[in-house]
Design a binder for this molecule. Structure first.
Ligand SMILES: NC(=O)c1ccc[n+]([C@@H]2O[C@H](COP(=O)([O-])OP(=O)(O)OC[C@H]3O[C@@H](n4cnc5c(N)ncnc54)[C@H](OP(=O)(O)O)[C@@H]3O)[C@@H](O)[C@H]2O)c1
Length: 206
């Protein structure tokens, strides 16, 4: 589980794994979150690893098909104005509200919404070669069902239970020939402890 409830900012990881997250941000061209996280958490989406200058900052990306996230006045926009992060970019179906951020338009899929293949293609066309997807649940669940699009998965496990009704990060159930089967798995796994948390790394099994 990744939050107490949808839209509830929840403290989970300890200082060591937070630091690891910032180190990983340093290693990517962009950090991506969905509109739900951008609106609920007001995330900074910058890299606060010691010594990370503006050149090392990843591009904040918000997948916001309906222009729900208001860029103006956001933490991301403020940090960019202060030189502590890059200007955010938005991936959208219909354009963004404030009009202040660069917006990449993606065609609506026949089923409605966006196809992740199209989103990644649009980012590649803008020179983004590596993306760290941070959440939230809708984004993670959709991508776990598309393992062929993912290079690696890193899961921080904090020693706490959020309780029933928490926001689960899990792909939809999978049925093959009428039988429920495991929905997603990792291979080439490794575990490492940082402080009180454990970190699981692996490659998605395709
Ligand atoms: N523990 C952690 O590490 C962590 C990390 C990040 C977030 N979170 C938590 O996750 C929660 C937010 O999760 P969430 O599921 O509500 O929001 P989310 O996954 O951040 O964003 C979901 C929204 O993004 C848009 N979207 C994403 N993919 C799309 C696609 N393929 N096609 C069309 N639209 C797409 C949709 O916007 P529209 O609804 O406007 O169409 C969708 O509702 C928050 O409580 C946050 O605290 C936890």
């Amino acid at each position: 589980m990744i939050a107490l409830a949808p839209g509830v900012r929840t403290s989970l990881s300890g200082p060591q794994t937070k630091s690891m997250t910032h180190y990983l941000r340093l290693k990517h061209d962009a950090i991506l979150v969905g509109a739900g996280t951008a609106v609920a958490d007001a995330p900074s989406l910058n890299c606060r690893y010691p010594g990370a200058g503006l050149d090392a900052q990843p591009r904040p990306l918000v997948v916001d098909p309906n222009g729900r996230w208001v860029v103006e006045g956001s933490a991301v926009a403020r940090l960019a104005a202060e030189g502590q992060g890059r200007e955010p970019w938005i991936v959208s179906l219909r354009g963004n509200k404030a009009g202040a951020a660069k917006t990449m338009m993606v065609q609506e899929s026949p089923a409605g919404g966006m196809e992740w293949e199209e989103v990644l293609r649009a980012l590649k066309a803008e020179g983004i070669d590596s993306v760290m997807v941070e959440g939230g649940a809708t984004v993670i669940n959709a991508l776990l069902a598309k393992p062929h699009l993912l290079d690696s998965i890193i899961v921080t496990v904090a020693p706490t239970w959020l309780g029933q009704g928490g926001l689960a990060a899990s792909p939809a159930d999978m049925v093959v020939e009428g039988q429920r089967v495991n929905a997603a798995s990792l291979q080439e796994t490794s575990w490492k402890q940082f402080g009180a948390d454990a970190v699981l790394c692996g490659k998605p099994a395709t």
